[in-house]
Design a binder for this molecule. Structure first.
Ligand code: ADP
Ligand code: MG
Length: 270
């Protein structure tokens, strides 16, 4: 095994080829090729209905698809949701799904238990497992460990959900609009959290907020009508006339005095 193989195993990338998802003759994902390199912090943007969530559904086994999705050297299409989760892919949904009555610690403990034996779960533990402790620290909820999740602020619930993926040692996180409804400060904190996580794992973020994308994306793919419209750095996609046309309904005015007319925050509602 070469050194590269070892690295790839620890932090594999995602390789999607000619992915297609149809619902009753309507093609929601229409031949998508997408390669996410290990350790990337990739933003997946595009107007509502572009197919972003459906793409994540296909990768995680929730939507039937054709084409190819390879992760950690294995083909995932056609495999069950559970099989795909066991390969180290985890996702969040547009609405947080934490156990509101349980404490932060209990939520993390249950998520961690998903990969523990029944025997270990039954044994009463006096100390907090190291991976749970580390996740608490990473998501910044250490001080709230004994608070019921239902009492957390909106942003904190999203962080807890991300923590639940960390304790499962997920190697690829697919996050569906994690900062929707967050305050500016919460967004900033979330972006910094994702930067920390992507030092050890691969992260794909579906996002509408363009300021958030500009601040934290390492690479960007723009999806439109089920196809990849543009791809590259933030600067690349912002300068792409195709992207500007889709978002603003016209091609850019080259003589415009505004140096950053592309993808204004107004497109958040697109
Ligand atoms: P995005 O997340 O980019 O907003 P979606 O992936 O949710 O877009 O949806 C892409 C398109 O597929 C939309 O036109 C949506 O109405 C359609 N769609 C999504 N899920 C289903 C489904 N289960 N049945 C039928 N159509 C669907
Ligand atoms: Mg969506």
């Amino acid at each position: 095994m070469t050194r590269r193989d070892v690295t790839e195993r620890a932090r594999p990338g995602l390789e999607i080829r000619d992915l297609r998802v149809s619902f009753d003759g309507f093609t929601a994902v229409d031949g998508v090729d997408l390669v996410v390199h290990p350790g990337d912090l990739r933003f997946l943007i595009g107007p509502n209905g572009a197919g972003k969530t459906t793409l994540v559904d296909a990768v995680t086994g929730l939507a039937r698809a054709t084409g190819s999705v390879r992760f950690a050297g294995a083909e995932l299409l056609g495999r069950s949701v559970h099989h795909i989760a066991r390969t180290g892919i985890g996702r969040t949904f547009q609405t947080a799904t934490v156990f509101e009555e349980l404490t932060v610690l209990q939520n993390l403990d249950i998520a961690a238990g998903a990969s523990r034996s029944v025997l270990t779960l039954l044994r009463r533990r006096k100390s907090v497992p190291e991976n749970v402790e580390r996740a608490l620290e990473t998501i910044g909820l250490g001080a709230l460990r004994d608070s019921p999740a239902g009492t957390l602020a909106h942003g904190q619930k999203q962080w807890l959900e991300i923590g639940m993926l960390l304790v499962q040692d997920v190697r690829l996180l697919l996050l569906d609009e994690p900062v929707a409804g967050m305050s500016h400060d919460e967004r900033q904190a979330t972006g910094e959290l994702l930067e920390r996580i992507s030092l050890e794992r691969t992260v794909v973020v579906i996002e509408h907020d363009m300021d958030f994308m500009r601040s934290f994306a390492r690479s960007v793919s723009v999806l439109h009508a089920g196809k990849v419209l543009s791809e590259g750095t933030v600067a690349d996609v912002q300068a792409d006339p195709k992207v500007q046309e889709v978002y603003l309904g016209h091609t850019p005015d080259e003589h415009s005095a505004d140096p950053t007319p592309a993808i204004s925050p107004a497109v958040q509602e697109a």
